[in-house]
Design a protein around this ligand. Structure first.
Ligand SMILES: Cc1cc2nc3c(=O)[nH]c(=O)nc-3n(C[C@H](O)[C@H](O)[C@H](O)COP(=O)(O)OP(=O)(O)OC[C@H]3O[C@@H](n4cnc5c(N)ncnc54)[C@H](O)[C@@H]3O)c2cc1C
Length: 465
């Protein structure tokens, strides 16, 4: 009998596992895939290493900082800042027609950029920022507040409003058109007030550290162990409780509680108690990413930006594509080469361009049409991106393309929704008193966010007795 079974060996599941194993629990992580990491995995193709999700770690506070999610994560998982070998971003930008805001890990740059481009908004921007600094993460009253309404109550210049939403939505909004104010504050702090960084070795390093620590504490990691059913039984008082799980291969495992990072709807569908609790809407927002390997690093053509968030009109549209299967009007251009490493990543360079995509239409294609669409859309996505960064196409020596199908394959999320369902379960509880959710649908997204989610839910619900 396990104390806790964790569904999913993504960042949140691994972090939760470390906390529980550290306190002596008998804990196993059950992962459907043959590898760890979930959306933040990695792969090797034609002799080169690629990360699946990682553009940059958010929430990067300097070494020695006592506050903020990164400091909390290091304390709770007993790592040191140096273990993660994080190098800061060079600097990033938000580019809209006729306006550009640069930002770095020094918030003063962002403030001065707002004051330079939108002088009459500078005071209002500062007021909004002081409100964001005071925001408390785990109150759900802010879940109902429209961030667009709150931001527009401070800032009267629509272009600035759109420019602020673009990066925050791309890096963490499960909701179309708008965000809730709480999520806006979390994302604003993690990207603009704290900052971006990357380990030289990419996501592999983080995963290696997490798994090694989990196993060294006695935790068990079971790969190719997809959970088919969360088994419940009636207790003496008539209420139902989780008693264990059944794996896709038929094996049953008993446990005192289950913590699932599979997503809210996905977890509810596994429960065998027949409760009508699946009515919460699934997420709709998925991504395609075009990856270009070049024969030179981007610095060779004088491009040093870590991330460029672009949008080709004054209004930013955060919605599932309606006309075509990808929406190339806006996107994120990321170069893993452009961080402040002590040495270059290599002789080659990489540019990754992420855009919104319609999962249903990507998945409806047969194999031949899918392959053709990947080629066509790689061209279209890159063509859109080079309107905002130097045209690197002549330097490309290899390509790859990540589609919503990749997200489904790595995470099992409905609709390939990167950030899960629009409505989150901030306290992680479910209708069963020994089943909890962590990760994307608990509410903290991104790499650091999902690790914090795993830690918080393990502390709140699984270490009580
Ligand atoms: C293109 C792209 C770029 C991104 N860039 C960044 C970035 O730069 N920085 C950042 O911080 N974040 C980024 N993210 C987001 C980040 O990857 C996710 O927020 C994070 O990985 C979520 O972690 P998680 O543990 O909650 O869930 P997941 O990674 O979804 O893990 C869930 C795990 O559960 C497993 N699972 C599901 N169902 C079952 C089942 N029935 N049985 C067993 N196992 C199951 C899945 O296989 C998976 O391993 C990016 C995402 C994408 C798509």
């Amino acid at each position: 009998m396990y104390d806790t079974l964790i569904i999913g060996a993504g960042m949140s599941g691994l972090a939760a596992g470390i906390r529980l194993a550290h306190f002596g629990q008998r804990v196993a992580i059950l992962e459907r895939h043959y590898t760890i990491g979930g959306l933040n995995s990695f792969y090797r193709l034609r002799g080169r290493n690629y990360d699946v999700g990682l553009h940059a770690l958010t929430n990067i506070t300097p070494k020695g900082a006592k506050r903020g999610p990164l400091a909390r994560l290091l304390r709770q998982l007993r790592f040191s800042w140096d273990d993660f070998e994080i190098s800061p971003q060079n600097g990033s930008q938000i580019v809209f027609p006729g306006a550009k805001l640069s930002f770095s890990n020094e918030f003063e740059l962002m403030r001065s950029e707002v004051a330079r481009q939108f002088p009459d908004q500078a005071g209002a921007f500062d007021k909004m920022v002081s409100q964001i600094v005071d925001y408390d993460d785990l109150t759900d009253e802010h879940q109902q507040l429209s961030a667009r309404k709150v931001v527009s109550s401070y800032i009267s210049e629509p272009l600035l409003v759109e420019m602020l939403f673009c990066p925050l939505m791309f890096y963490g909004s499960a909701r179309e058109h708008d965000m809730d104010w709480g999520q806006f504050c979390i994302m604003f702090r993690s990207i603009f007030l704290e900052g971006l960084g990357r380990p030289f070795a990419g996501v592999r390093l983080i995963l290696k550290l997490l798994v090694k620590r989990f196993r060294s504490l006695g935790g068990e990691l079971k790969l190719r162990s997809g959970v088919k059913r969360i088994a419940t039984d009636a207790a003496g008082d008539g209420t139902r409780h989780v008693v264990g799980v059944e794996l896709e291969g038929g094996e049953t495992i008993e446990a005192r509680r289950v913590l699932s990072s599979a997503g809210w709807c996905e977890t509810m569908r596994m429960c065998d108690d027949g409760e009508p609790v699946t009515s919460r809407a699934s997420g709709q927002l998925s991504f395609c990413e075009a990856i270009a390997t070049m024969d030179v690093p981007p610095s060779a053509f004088d491009y040093h930006q870590t991330i460029t968030f672009f949008n080709d009109s004054p209004a930013f549209h955060w919605t599932k594509p309606t006309g075509e299967i990808c929406d190339v009007r806006s996107g994120v251009i990321c170069s893993p080469d452009n961080f402040g490493y002590d040495q270059p990543l290599g002789d080659e360079g990489t540019m990754r361009v992420t855009v919104l995509a319609d999962q249903q239409r990507w998945m409806a294609m047969d194999e031949a049409a899918y392959r053709l669409a990947k080629h066509r859309w790689w061209d279209r996505i890159i063509e859109s991106a080079v309107r905002f960064v130097p045209d690197f196409r002549a330097r490309v020596i290899d390509t790859d393309m990540f589609t919503p199908g990749t997200i489904v394959r790595y995470t099992g999320h409905d609709n390939g929704a990167v950030y899960g369902a629009p409505d989150k379960q901030l306290d992680g509880t479910t209708h069963l008193d020994n089943l909890f959710v962590c990760g994307t649908d608990q509410g903290f997204v991104g790499i650091i966010g999902s690790i914090i989610s795993g830690i918080s839910m393990a502390n709140m619900h699984c270490l009580r007795d």
